[in-house]
Design a binder for this molecule. Sequence first.
Ligand SMILES: [Mg+2]
Length: 249
Amino acid sequence: MPLTDLYDNYIIDLDGVVHVGWSPLPGAVETLQELTRRGKGVVYLTNEPRYARASITARLRGFGLSVSVDSVITAGWAGALAVSEGGAAVYVIGSAELRAEVARAGGTVLSAADASSADRILVAGHSDFSYAELRAACRATAAELFATNRDPTFPMPDGPWPATGAILAAVETALGRTATVLGKPEPPIFRLAQSRLGSGRTVVVGDTPGVDVLGGRRAGLATVLVGSALTTAETRPDHAVADLAGLLR
Ligand SMILES: [Mg+2]
């Protein structure tokens, strides 16, 4: 029986499932179009912290998918919502698009020069990470420490690139503190994704056992592992498929 007979709603990871870098994976777009044609609920849930939801929506539309911004949940956005609560002063180690998400969410984004007065620090992977950012975070001695995720790398066409977890290790070491993670595999971001879906049976689809499968299980949801990553007792999915098109087979 195809998995599409079992589930009404799909919480789908992006990197390594729908695309790698800026190229869609074979069969992914056709599968997603077919899910929509069958009236399935689809939400995209990514630990990507570098791009705003609008940018990711535009990328998916460029693949030929009909996607609304509300159906895209990123760890960057979940992080922005959490750290901005109460109009907090936030020092962001992250991209310009992430800083803009924090400002849109109502946070006061501090420059490195003002980091010492931060209520909260938000750490997210980005390609301009610098020693100056690390120094600024060290000055925010009273700030609560948050991170979008702890993924060590993300897949790119030429191999894995360092992700938030690699940068977070440097920040946690320098500050001597452990961050609260706001993206996958923590349950709140799955609840945020579920709030965008109707009633019915929901399944989480992803390619990283310790992020997608563990997160789905902790949120009490069924899981599909895409690809051939090794699993443990803690990260064993309910179903495994070679690629996204496997949902239809
Ligand atoms: Mg992935």
